[in-house]
Design a protein around this ligand. Structure first.
Ligand code: T5A
Length: 217
């Protein structure tokens, strides 16, 4: 049996990391031991190589700015390692994987945000993933200012979070357009609501998809 790849996407401070942890527990409660594994991972940083790349990519005190193309290639490098050494082997064994960010982040951030060629990014995504796509992507749609205020309230902001408001607005526009084009692969979550309301939306959608995929709840 092939597993399922469920991706959590969206702009800064949407609550993905918080909700992934809750969803992991909820899935364990729903599915028990009927699936080989329920795993949580992220990009960048889902492998040992990825954690080193993440440190570079998010470091706000680098001696020199990272050029947009170099940034794009570092995210692609992280993904290639993640897909080959973590995602594909575990999916082959039937795992359900919850992944914090995947290919749509690169189109939104490096394509819409940095203004790099989107067709080139799609080709690069294809090389890095060897064609692996999410089975379902939950897009955490949050008002930009609200999301950034949440990340600011944590204190330290990373290199990406420190980008100007116009950058984050372009990224958000990217996610809106991707969701419009993706049909039922990308589902919108209203991330402006309370933690509990966001969890409920996720559980409702996942219940529908798990049943559609043939799982017994
Ligand atoms: N990136 C990534 C690219 O540019 N290209 C790529 O290809 C890829 C893969 C990753 C960065 O890299 C960029 C995008 C990112 O800038 P990251 O640290 O993984 O860096 O960044 P995020 O994924 O944005 O993680 P964040 O932690 O900043 O945001 P989350 O995970 O969406 O939010 P979360 O859960 O940490 O919550 C933020 C705060 O809000 C509170 C939480 O308690 C927390 O304090 N919160 C809520 N408060 C009120 N109501 C709710 N509903 C709340 N939900 C959470």
């Amino acid at each position: 049996m092939n597993g399922k790849l469920i991706v959590f996407e969206g702009c800064e401070g949407g609550g993905k990391t918080t909700q992934i942890q809750q969803t992991d527990q909820w899935l364990r409660d729903q599915l028990g031991s009927s699936v080989p594994a329920i795993l949580t991972t992220k990009e960048p940083g889902g492998t040992a190589l990825g954690r080193s790349l993440r440190n570079i990519l998010l470091d706000s005190r680098l001696e020199e700015p990272i050029a947009p193309t170099a940034e794009l290639l570092l995210f692609a490098c992280d993904r290639a390692q993640h897909v080959e050494t973590f995602l594909k082997p575990h999916l082959k064994q039937g795992a359900i994987i919850l992944c914090d960010r995947f290919t749509d982040s690169t189109i939104a951030y490096q394509g819409f945000g940095r203004g790099l060629d989107k067709n080139l990014i799609k080709q690069l995504n294809q090389i890095a993933t060897v064609g692996l796509e999410s089975d379902l992507t939950l897009w955490f749609d949050i008002e930009i200012e609200k999301g950034l205020a949440r990340t600011q309230s944590r204190g330290k902001m990373d290199r990406m979070e420190k980008a100007d408001l116009a950058f984050h607005q372009r990224v958000n526009q990217g996610f809106c357009e991707l969701a419009d084009q993706a049909g039922d692969r990308i589902i919108r979550i209203d991330a402006n609501l309370s933690l509990q309301q966001v969890s409920l939306q996720i559980q409702t959608i996942l219940t529908q998809y798990l049943l559609k995929w043939g799982f017994t709840l």
